[in-house]
Design a binder for this molecule. Sequence first.
Ligand code: G3P
Length: 220
Amino acid sequence: MSNPLIIVNFKTYQDAQGHSAEALARVMESVETDARLVAAVSALDLSSVVKAAPNLEVWCQHLDPISFGSNTGWIHPDTAIARGAKGTLINHAEHKVSLEQVAMLLDQVPEGFEVCACAANIDEAKSLAALVPDYVAVEPPELIGGDVSVTSADPGIVSGTVSAVKETNDQVQVLCGAGVKSGQDISTAIDLGAIGVLLASGVTKSSNPADSLAELVSLL
Ligand code: G3P
C-alpha cells in the first residue's frame, strides 16, 4: 500500500491550538514521508495554520451544512474552503450529527473537497458508507485517547468495517483510529484493509511531536 493517509486531529488539545497549532503544522509539514499527512485543525486556526504551513494539507474537524445567512456560530463550508480547507471530518465521536446532516454536507461540498465520516462501529460505518463520503473512519469511542491502539485491541472492527463498507460502496475507503501511536499500528491498519489512520493524542500530547511523527511513518 503506497501513500497511506494519516490525519492528525488537533481537537482542542492545548498544544495544538493557536500558535502551537501553527508550530505543530510546521512540524508535520517537515516530515519526510510518502504518506499523505493531513492536519484537522480548529476552525479558529484554519487560516493561520494554512498560512504557517502552506505545503501541508489542512482540513476542518467539522462543518455545518448551512447556507449564507442567519446561522450564528455555525461553520459554513464555503468559508472554510475560502480559508484553505481541503476536506473535513464529520460525525466525530466527540461531535456527533445525524445521518441526514452528513448527507446534506456531502451534497453541499464541491467535487474534490474530501469528507471523512467517523463511525463508532461497523453498523454506523455501513450507514455512512451508503452516503458515499470519500472515507469512513472507524473509531471505537472507548479506545479514543487511550494507550491501546484499535488495531491491537479490536482488529476485527477494522477488518469488519472494511468488508462492510466495500460491500456497501467500494468507492469509499476506510480509515481506523483510536489509540494509534506507532508505525506498527499503521502497518497493522493497512494489513487489515484500511488505507490509513485518524489519530490525535499520539501527536498532540507528545512531548516531541517530530519524533512521534517520524515513528508513525517509520514502516511506510
Ligand atoms: O480523531 C482521532 C481520535 O478520535 C483518536 O484519538 O487520541 O485516540 O488518537 P486518539
